[in-house]
Design a protein around this ligand. Structure first.
Ligand code: KG4
Ligand code: ZN
Length: 328
């Protein structure tokens, strides 16, 4: 079974072909066009993102099919949310039309489930049940994944997501967009112990996740201590985030007894976080960095897993959603 997968929920136009054979999913083609034009605005401009998706869609799908040596796929899978609604609509409308034209089943995929199950594309892959830490630009959640479609959120951010915190700190340090990779690059030259930021653990609610307090602490520090080298601020912030997330993962392990932990989402590309997770000695599954940031292979992966597990394809009235919790 060859799945043509399309992802346009934010500022990446991504198309992949994922083949399911002998009980495993294999990525045949993985194209990601990142939209560089948002950099000068300091963040993603939704209208520009949608326009660029519309321009890129047909040529990128053609290129993906040609690279896979396919005239048409057996299934079309597209991100149906959550994300920027105009951006999601470009990929979703195209995907549904293409499936209808080819006469093949269509599957609408939750973007977060894509990140949640990314580690299953790798070899070795975690066996169920496993914990999955999804750290993206808009979401930060630690899930317990019991089976395909059976997830329990153990803790979830109530304010800023990890990627968002990186983006905001990048702005405070004048680094521009995208923030995460720039903070990480600057932090390489800094001392992670230079500034002691408060470990953000809301009193009495130990399984909460929150990053707005840390973000404010960074802002206040920069205002009061402008002489601190920016690389030290970046390294100390990054280190605090990594230790905080590891703390939550360890609590998740204590709560569930499950020692297998996978990660996904853009901030999972952060080397400090990856090292901190490995250092726990838990059974850690880290997808390659290009599969942590937005891509379509993870969307094809979910569709192939769900269809293999017996889920019926979605009908064409599957709608685009700006918000969508991961569910059954
Ligand atoms: O998953 P993703 O590509 O898009 C969303 O679904 O949101 O995540 C994007 C987020 C951005 O906030 C970006 O700053 C962050 O991931 N990010 C990173 C790194 N690479 C991307 N954060 C920290 N370190 C990185 N290396
Ligand atoms: Zn994402």
């Amino acid at each position: 079974m060859n799945v043509l997968a399309i992802e346009t929920s934010c500022d990446e136009t991504a198309v992949a072909v994922v083949r399911r054979e002998q009980g495993r999913n294999r990525v045949l083609v993985d194209i990601v066009h990142s939209q560089a034009m948002h950099a000068r605005f300091g963040g993603v401009v939704p209208e520009l993102a949608s326009r660029a998706h519309a321009e890129q869609m047909v040529p990128t799908v053609r290129a993906a099919l040609a690279e896979a040596g396919l005239e048409r796929p057996d299934v079309v899978a597209t991100t149906a949310g959550p994300g920027l609604i105009g951006a999601v609509l470009v990929g979703l409308s195209f995907g549904k039309s293409a499936a209808l034209g080819w006469g093949v089943p269509f599957y609408g995929v939750n973007h977060l489930e894509g990140h949640l199950l990314s580690a299953l594309l790798e070899d070795p892959a975690p066996a169920f049940p496993f914990l999955s830490l999804v750290v993206s630009g808009g979401h930060t959640t630690l899930y317990e994944a019991r089976a395909v479609g059976d997830y329990r959120a153990l803790c979830q951010t109530t304010d800023d997501a990890v990627g968002e915190a990186f983006d905001k700190v990048a702005r405070m340090l004048g680094l521009g967009y995208p923030g995460g990779p720039r903070v990480e690059a600057l932090a390489r030259a800094g001392n992670p112990k230079a500034v002691v930021f408060p470990h953000p653990r809301p009193a009495g609610r130990p399984m909460d996740l929150s990053f707005s307090g840390l973000k404010t602490a960074v802002r206040t520090w920069i205002e009061r201590h402008p002489e601190t080298p920016p690389e030290d601020v970046a390294a100390s912030f990054q280190d605090t985030v990594a230790r905080y997330l590891v703390d939550r993962v360890e609590q998740g392990v204590a709560l569930t007894g499950c020692r297998r932990i996978a990660i996904g989402g853009g901030a999972a590309a952060n080397t400090r976080l990856r090292e901190a997770l490995v250092a726990t000695g838990l059974d850690v599954y880290l997808p390659p960095k290009r599969r942590c940031t937005d891509n379509a292979a993870m969307i094809g992966n979910v569709a192939a897993l769900r269809l293999a597990a017996g889920a019926p394809p979605w009908t064409l009235d599957c709608t685009a959603r700006a918000r969508w919790e991961v569910g059954p």
